[in-house]
Design a protein around this ligand. Sequence first.
Ligand SMILES: Nc1ncnc2c1ncn2[C@@H]1O[C@H](COP(=O)(O)OP(=O)(O)OP(=O)(O)O)[C@@H](O)[C@H]1O
Length: 582
Amino acid sequence: MAKSKKLKNVTVSQVFKTIIWPRKKYLGIGLVLIIISRLAGLVVPGASKYLIDDVIPNRDMSMLKWLILAVAAAIVIQSVTSFALTQILSVEAQHLISQLRAKVQRHIIQLPIRFFDNTKTGELVSRIMTDVEGVRNLVGTGFAQMIGGVLTSLICLGLLIYISPLMTAFVLIPVAIFGVISLKAFGKIRPIFRDRGVINAEVTGRLTETLGGVRVIKGFNAEAQEIKIFEAGVTRLFLNVKESLVTTSLVTSAATLLLGLASAGIMGIGGYQIMNGELTYGDFVSYTLFLGFLIAPILQMSNIGSQFTEAFAGLDRTEEILNTPLEDDGGHRTLKLEHIHGDVVFDRVSFAYEEGKEVVKEISFKAPAGSVTALVGTSGSGKTTIAGLAASFLNPDCGTITVDGHDLQKISLQSYRSKLGVVLQDDFLFEGTIRENIIFPRPNATEEQVQQAVKAAHVQEFTDRFPEGLNTLIGERGVKLSGGQRQRIAIARAVLADPRILILDEATSNLDTESESLIQASLKTLMQGRTTFVIAHRLSTIRQADQILVIEQGNIAEQGKHEELLEKKGRYYQLYTYQARI
Ligand SMILES: Nc1ncnc2c1ncn2[C@@H]1O[C@H](COP(=O)(O)OP(=O)(O)OP(=O)(O)O)[C@@H](O)[C@H]1O
């Protein structure tokens, strides 16, 4: 995964085009509400001048009533508009978050298998759920606060210049210094926020693995080590937050200091001008109140600025994921096959995970429709890779794989995979019921089809003993079932999917004779009439195979049927007689 340094910054204009502009309606309404709210906010300081300079000296009771009424009305308007603002903008911000999450998840799930081999699951969870959260600051009330703040500041600035140009000139110096400081500071925090996303994803990723692998951890008494790793992770996170807090609090303190100094100066200048009769008491009071309205949003800016920086940093990371090429990125997979017969041919296919290290080397073989091809060989010889190539999880670097005469790389993944079934060694079961796990490739299957699959895979042999039958909950990853039971559910799932091409990674675990024979029978039914590639560990499967490919360091060392290969007394014979892991 690219580190934050390599990330390209998302630009303001990109954000404007993709996030702000499409929501112009909401933001427009928000803007009108902010203007109303902020104008209403100016009534109190404006009224104070009249109260002090006109109403009180003239003992004008009726004007006093009007003044109070105007102030009360302004306050009501402010509270109503701020309620409406939060309702409109915060809700839209949350809507945007959910849309972005769905977009990122949709993209991630369409990335090639190799991407997942190199990325922690928890890290991806964090990218989908956490990285996009910052955008609420762009659309939500953060945005409103910023626009409102800028607007109020500008109006107040005009009024301040009107009341006293001299005092205002004095105020603008520290405001300008503050502006420069905050711009510099936010440039500094953006990479910190981005690193936070990276650290967060790493810590979450490891935590997910730790919790998922709790049996291994306890089995090896490795709890202390995992605790240490997690502590180190959260400490890194803490230090990152601390670093950004130092910068943001420096900005806030700079604002307090500079603006505080300005206020002291204003007291001096104001006092002097009042004594010289150049300024009324009312002007001075309303000047001070308006100054408050100018300063408050500037102080808020440090908060809003860091919220914006956080949003941009999150978007940088989200954009990186969205720019990762999809499985079918070139748009070459245009061929949609209605029916797949299942003739698969490998023609001088080579593949390397890392450049220069070929794991599959120019292999050629034919797997006619409905035949069973058993892949055998020592560990690491390339069997899983060949199966992955047949499943279109990996693409050949050289050579071609054809299905019914069509180049597999040109066939639409959707049309190919809808005819593909995989039963893997550590077959994945979801938390839920046995039924849900069986029907997930075909959610619209009829009850009859489900029952047929259940029967074919001998699932009912154990579900009949459960009071809830197929509706029994199996716990996360099927932990409440035995290994053999899990395999049979996976087989039932494949039977129901009714694929033309089947990839089977036989489990190596030893099962009791009864379970073993039930699984054998299930597999036999499953493989019937389907082009099957099986990474075979069971002698019975190997014996039944139409062809056996003995894989040695990415080459086909031998090819033939069981008896033929035994007679040959070659590599297969050696593997077979020495009972090496085949
Ligand atoms: N995702 C990957 N990235 C890099 N190298 C890999 C990856 N997966 C497998 N390899 C390497 O490719 C080679 C072939 O692996 P493969 O999994 O195809 O072997 P195998 O015959 O299926 O082994 P086993 O019987 O142990 O499962 C091995 O040397 C392995 O280290």
